[in-house]
Design a protein around this ligand. Structure first.
Ligand code: BES
Ligand code: MN
Ligand code: MN
Length: 462
């Protein structure tokens, strides 16, 4: 494509400033106190899509936060790319661990980002990565090089489960009709190792509640004689893994796809340095399921993790008490073929079964979603690979990610099209953590690579 590097060079400062403005709006979907900010972000996205050359842009109302939809149809006979992204962000807490306020973006250099990185909640997940697509669109329309039709669908509820988007997709099949779905909401292996995500894990998220006595008790007067819900809960949770770190829920592994020796050997070729991995996290050893490597444990294997646990007295000093209730939030990452609703049911049945007499256990399912795998011989994958080849000078490595974007499998089910996951973030960019950031190099490389995807996808579709 003509002049893409030149265009980026000329407009670089504006590209950065526009993203910074977007990052200043605290679009935290999980916290209703930020409702107006989430809505304001949708308006800002609408304006940016209009400016980028979309012909019609609308804010589509849902029962939750709106979906911003925009399109530019240049020729019905040409292929259509549907771009998906999300404008909502994770809550930024704990705030005291941020080196600068999460919604006051700053640019700082780091070892991995010598050219600077933007620090702010949402910088990488997903405002920064979503906005690369808006700027790539601007480049293609401004220079008259848009090779095909484009549809944008940017939602505001990804971080809380996308339940309203699921309804929107089911109800708007014709409107959303496309030949390929393009998403930048994942990562790449390293700055000089481009990769295309070929798999996402599914998710089942539950909350559990253990109730013992009808009130909090003196731990001396009653201790030893009644079940302590916190003791019981931690014991039950501990029993969910065996000595090999296999999950003990009956039936949990029944549908897990076992990769062949060849596939595992292929995976092992991806560059990975265990020493650096441990060093980056300040841990002496890695930990996980026996028989699998670190990269396998966090991508092709299912997991069960406690995300939060509470109950009893956690204030200053000591209080001698046996709490009436204990709680935990538990997530299970799933691999292709495991059905999240079935797994949620297996968990519920098992967890209620192992509860000892003297406590009542409740399991409340939250959200979930199916995993996803996509082949590397599709036109979409090939087009993405060619685009990376041009901008990085290297063939990208296919990589299965451990993260989840549950809506992707629903896209395939409802819209019958494949999703190409072109991520430009690094695992060390601290998404969902304090000090989230996104490299300027990555941001601009994304803007440079995306138009080439359009070009090759259109050519290969002929
Ligand atoms: N963008 C992430 C998912 C992701 C990140 C996938 C990096 C692969 C690599 C997304 O915003 C996210 O955080 N998803 C949630 C699930 C959702 C239902 C809350 C997740 O994975 O925890
Ligand atoms: Mn995301
Ligand atoms: Mn996220």
């Amino acid at each position: 494509m003509k002049n893409i590097q030149l265009y980026i060079k000329e407009h670089k400062d504006r590209f950065l400033n526009e993203l910074i403005d977007l990052l200043k709006i605290p679009s935290i979907s999980a916290d209703s106190a930020y409702k107006n900010d989430v809505l304001k972000t949708a308006d800002a996205i609408k304006i940016s899509l209009e400016k980028a050359g979309c012909d019609s842009v609308e804010i589509c109302k849902t029962d939750g936060y709106p979906i911003v939809y925009g399109e530019k149809i240049i020729d019905k006979n040409l292929p259509t790319v549907l771009v998906y992204g999300h404008y909502d962000v994770q809550p930024p807490d704990p705030l005291n661990l941020w080196n600068s306020p999460p919604f006051e973006p700053v640019i700082k250099k780091t070892d991995l980002h010598p050219e600077g990185a933007i620090f702010a909640r949402g910088a990488c997940d997903d405002k920064g990565q979503m906005y690369m697509h808006v700027k790539a669109m601007e480049f293609m329309t401004a220079t008259n090089q848009l090779p095909c039709n484009v549809k944008f669908m940017i939602e505001g509820e990804e971080e809380i489960g996308s339940s309203n988007l699921a309804i929107f997709v089911k109800n708007n099949q014709e409107k959303l009709k496309n030949d390929v779905i393009l998403i930048s909401d994942t990562g790449m292996i390293a700055q000089d190792v481009p990769s295309i995500t070929t798999g996402l894990r599914g998710l089942s998220y539950v909350e559990v509640e253990v109730t013992g006595p009808n009130r909090d008790l003196h731990s001396g007067l009653y201790g030893g004689a009644v079940a302590n819900p916190i003791n019981i809960l931690t014991k039950m949770i501990a029993s969910l893994h065996d000595e090999n770190n296999h999950i003990t829920i009956p039936g949990f592994y029944d549908k897990v796809e076992e990769l062949s020796k060849e596939e595992r050997a292929e995976m092992a070729k991806a560059p990975f340095n265990l020493e650096n991995y441990k060093k980056a996290l300040d841990i002496e050893a890695v930990y996980g399921e026996t028989g699998y490597t670190t990269n396998e444990r966090n991508s092709i294997r299912p997991t069960l993790d406690v995300n939060g646990i509470w109950g009893g007295y956690t204030g200053e000093g000591a209080k001698t008490v046996i709490a009436s209730k204990a709680f935990a939030k538990i997530s299970m990452r799933l691999v292709p073929h495991q059905d999240w609703e079935e797994i949620t049911q297996l968990f519920k049945t098992h967890f209620e079964n192992i509860a000892p007499k003297g406590v009542i256990v409740k399991v409340k399912p939250h959200h979930g979603g199916q995993g996803y795998v996509t082949p590397i011989d599709s036109i979409g994958y090939q087009a993405a690979a060619k685009a990376y080849q041009d901008t990085f000078g290297k063939t990208p490595i296919p990589q299965r990610s451990g993260g989840s974007i549950p809506i992707v499998s629903l896209f395939e089910q409802e819209l019958k099209s494949k999703t190409i996951l072109m991520g430009f973030g690094l695992d060390s960019d601290a998404i969902h953590s304090p000090n989230e950031h996104f490299g300027i190099f990555n941001y601009l490389k994304g803007i440079e690579t995306i138009p080439l995807f359009y070009k090759y996808f259109t050519e290969l579709s002929k």
